[in-house]
Design a binder for this molecule. Structure first.
Ligand SMILES: [Zn+2]
Length: 161
């Protein structure tokens, strides 16, 4: 059988053992997968998962296998070792890309950023209107006009120059 593409592990470095699937969970994953794809064997699936263990996180590997299982054209799980749509999620999950792919920077108001709120949809600004007593002009400038308007109307919040 010819292999038109290099294996999915090509050029990848092994990941930290803590993030790996491990044998026990590989067994669970294979059992789940073959309960969906009854034409695949559990043993064969484990054998295919194992060499990938060192290179992909448990979630990435599980997602790829289940996506592949959902592809009726995949007659065997062997395609797992090759690039394809079942590995598409890797593009957004590689650690080097994490900062680029964040949906939004934190809310400019430090009190909101501290509790993990994002600029794009901070509910403390938009819904709760829970503003601190003072906001610096610098922070104010970074807020959307909608949130600035809410602060302008707030009787308890002062914008400092
Ligand atoms: Zn906010």
């Amino acid at each position: 059988m010819t292999q038109p593409q290099p294996p999915i592990t090509h050029g990848r470095t092994p990941i930290h053992p803590n993030h790996r699937l491990g044998y026990e969970r590989a067994e669970h994953l294979a059992a789940l997968t073959t309960s969906i794809r009854t034409d695949w064997t559990e043993k064969g699936t484990i054998t295919l998962i194992e060499p990938l263990n060192a290179y992909f996180t448990a979630t990435d590997l599980a997602a790829a296998l289940l996506l592949l299982a959902g592809n009726p054209k995949a007659e065997t799980p062997k395609l797992l070792h090759h690039p394809g749509p079942h590995w598409a999620h890797l593009q957004t999950h590689t650690p080097t890309n994490d900062t680029d792919k964040r949906p939004s920077p934190p809310c400019p108001i430090p009190e909101h950023a501290q509790i993990g709120k994002l600029a794009v949809n901070c509910p403390a600004c938009r819904k709760w209107q829970d503003f601190p007593p003072t906001i610096t002009a610098d922070v104010y400038q970074q807020l959307t006009p909608e949130v600035q308007h809410a602060i302008d109307r707030s009787p308890t919040t002062v914008v400092l120059d």
